[in-house]
Design a protein around this ligand. Structure first.
Ligand code: NAP
Length: 310
């Protein structure tokens, strides 16, 4: 019997208490899934989330892996008590959700939808948007989510440029990397989407200097992590018109405090960290597959690179 501790928080338990056993059964795994932390040495795997019930991993001396339910691992990757392998969530539900959120908001900006939806006046004033083939969209971060979004936008005919740490080759996407690549990407970014992880190397990546590289009147989407943006610099760029509008899903402090200037800013749309949610059904399949691999002595999927921080 495989001993699995669910330490991902009470609010998630009802959905996973149903979905995980079904996923384990589908893989033929015999699992004791529980939330009892009284015998940590007996635990084989932890199903974890950053705001869950475990922050000290040292007592889990026999645990073969900590399986994170979130794609982002910035809250756990530096935990000094964590010596077990750490995996992060990559699953079809997360990808589909992010593709839908990103394409929806890119199309809002591309088509100028606010003109009709928000600013409607009895004035017949046709403003014809360019075709997608004449619009450049930049994705900073070309990983599991960034690549899925880049391919969906390329399929809609946008000119898509992606930027990543290591050089990549994604069909239909102009792939850039490195400092010069970032400059080249930003200078073309009519619409810019942030899908980078939060690491020491990516914090404040969008600051006064980098925002100034973007074409005047550019649009910004941040479904990545709040600290990717230096907030004061973005507010200044919005006020000056350098950035025409921003849609922000993630923030340094969440929930975003009621007095945060982003809420009231006329050029900002706030969404409450809902760009893409980990769904129990699809995520449970990934957790079950990783436990199957662990038991079979096969390498885990989606292992976090601790030195890179993601
Ligand atoms: P991923 O597969 O690890 O991809 C990360 C991408 O960022 C990779 O292309 C990576 O480059 C690039 N990158 C990392 N550090 C970099 C650096 N210093 N310079 C340039 N590029 C760098 O992650 P993912 O699954 O796509 O998820 C991305 C992020 O989305 C997560 O970390 C999380 O913060 C966020 N997220 C948000 C939500 C939400 O609801 N808002 C939901 C899920 C995830 P390489 O390709 O070279 O490794």
């Amino acid at each position: 019997m495989i001993n699995v501790l669910f330490s991902a928080g009470d609010e998630r338990w009802p959905a996973y208490a149903e979905a995980l056993p079904a996923a384990f059964a589908a893989k033929g795994l015999k699992v004791n899934l529980h939330r009892d932390q009284s015998n940590p040495a007996a635990v084989d795997y932890l199903v974890h989330a950053p705001n869950g019930t475990v922050s000290d991993f040292a007592p889990f001396v026999n645990a073969k892996a900590v399986l994170n339910l979130w794609a982002g691992v910035e809250k756990i990757v530096g935990n000094p008590t964590l010596t077990q392998p750490l995996t992060r969530m990559v699953d079809a539900g997360l990808q589909e959700g992010m593709v839908e959120w990103v394409t929806g908001h890119v199309l809002r900006y591309h088509l100028g939808m606010d003109r009709q939806i928000i600013d409607q006046r009895p004035v017949w004033e046709p403003v014809v948007p360019p075709l997608a083939r004449n619009r450049r969209v930049v994705l900073l971060g070309l990983g599991e989510l960034g690549t899925a979004c880049a391919q969906a936008l390329a399929a809609l005919n946008f000119q898509v440029i992606g930027w990543s740490r290591r050089a990549k080759d994604v069909p239909g996407v102009t792939c850039l990397s490195g400092t010069e690549g970032l400059k080249a990407a930003l200078t073309q970014a009519e619409i810019c989407v942030l899908l980078l992880p939060q690491t020491p190397a990516t914090e404040n990546l969008l600051n006064a200097e980098t925002l100034a590289l973007m074409p005047r009147g550019a649009f910004l989407l941040n479904p990545g992590r709040g600290p990717l943006i230096e907030d004061a610099a973005l507010l200044a760029a919005l006020d000056s018109g350098q950035i025409a509008h921003a849609t922000l899903d993630v923030f340094r402090v969440e929930p975003l405090p009621a007095d945060d200037p982003y809420w009231a800013h006329p050029k900002v749309t706030v969404t409450p960290h809902i760009a893409s949610e980990t769904r129990a059904e699809t995520a449970s399949e990934v957790i079950a597959e990783n436990i199957r691999r662990g038991e079979a002595g096969e390498p885990f999927l989606y292992v976090v690179d601790r030195s890179a921080g993601y």
